[in-house]
Each structure stands twice: as structure tokens, then as C-alpha cells.
Design a protein around this ligand. Structure first.
Ligand SMILES: *[C@@H]1O[C@H](CO)[C@@H](O)[C@H](O)[C@H]1NC(C)=O
Length: 156
């Protein structure tokens, strides 16, 4: 009987863990106005890069692009005010086979960057996508198929 109890506790624990991994953070998805522009922080559905794009498109939005230091600083300053935003967030940045980075939502070349120390660190030749984080600060190139990141959407 005692053993049964432990098994039940273990199963319940695993269920909770699985749930956390699949769905989401402590904070809900939310619209945030920053510098007069509306951004949708998709926190309820963690996704790989392609699914993150689809989640934004479902709302007629696109994955965010950080074309300027001002834009990144504004989003970053917002993230820094909220300890629960200590996570990786997808951007529309992606690397082409030739190693060049593009903002896929706008088709613009990535000119301004704020790579984390040691990034980007993955070789050319495969598809890599850009996540950003404010804790610690910086951008990172990772596999586009990596799952379970939140994302930020913006109006196209
Ligand atoms: C997206 O745009 C289409 C076409 O304008 C519109 O019919 C639809 O309601 C919009 N969806 C959302 C979630 O705003």
C-alpha cells in the first residue's frame, strides 16, 4: 500500500512536469504597448521557430524583427522589468545557407546585432534561427527545430 502511494506521487509529479514543458510559463500571453507599437507576447504556447511563425500569423501578426538598437533596447527594457521573462524568445532572424542572417518577417538583412558572448556559434550550411534573451542579455543562433520557446509577435 505504501509503495502504491509513492508510485501515485511519482506519476502525479511526472504529469505536472510534462505539462510545464509543453505549455507555458507562469505568465500569460499578453499584448504590450511599447513605444506606441503593439506587441503580442506569446507565452502560452511554446513552439519551434516555424510554429512560432504560425502562432503569430494566426493573429495576423509576424514574428518580431529587431532592426535597430532602439527597438531591441525597448523590448529588452520591458523584459528586464519582469523576472518571469527570463527566457529565450524567438525572433524572425534566420540564417541562410550562405551564412547571412535575414529578418524573415520583413526580408531585410540583419545589420544591427546584439549577439551574446560567443554567439553566433553554429556553422553555416544548415538552418539556424535567432532567439533573444534579456537574462543575460544577448542573441543566440540555435536550431530552428528546437522546441519550447516563447515568442514575440508584431504587426506586419
Ligand atoms: C486576419 O485577417 C483576415 C483578413 O483581413 C480577417 O478576416 C481575420 O479576421 C483576421 N484575423 C484576426 C485574428 O485578426
Amino acid at each position: 500500500m505504501q509503495n502504491m502511494k509513492y508510485i501515485l506521487i511519482l506519476v502525479a509529479g511526472l504529469a505536472i512536469q510534462g505539462n510545464n514543458a509543453e505549455s507555458a510559463s507562469k505568465i500569460g500571453s499578453q499584448w504590450v504597448e511599447i513605444d506606441g507599437k503593439q506587441y503580442y507576447f506569446e507565452m502560452q504556447n511554446y513552439a519551434d521557430w516555424h510554429d512560432a511563425q504560425a502562432l503569430c500569423e494566426r493573429r495576423n501578426l509576424t514574428l518580431i524583427s529587431y532592426q535597430t538598437v532602439e527597438k531591441w533596447n525597448s523590448i529588452r527594457n520591458f523584459l528586464l522589468l519582469e523576472p518571469d521573462f527570463d527566457m529565450n524568445l524567438w525572433s524572425s532572424g534566420a540564417k541562410l545557407a550562405d551564412g547571412q542572417f535575414l529578418w524573415r518577417s520583413t526580408g531585410e538583412e540583419v545589420t544591427y546585432t546584439d549577439w551574446a558572448t560567443g554567439e553566433p556559434n553554429l556553422p553555416a550550411g544548415s538552418e539556424f534561427c535567432v532567439v533573444v534573451s534579456a537574462f543575460p542579455n544577448g542573441w543566440d543562433d540555435i536550431e530552428c527545430t528546437d522546441r519550447w520557446f516563447a515568442s514575440v509577435c508584431e504587426e506586419p
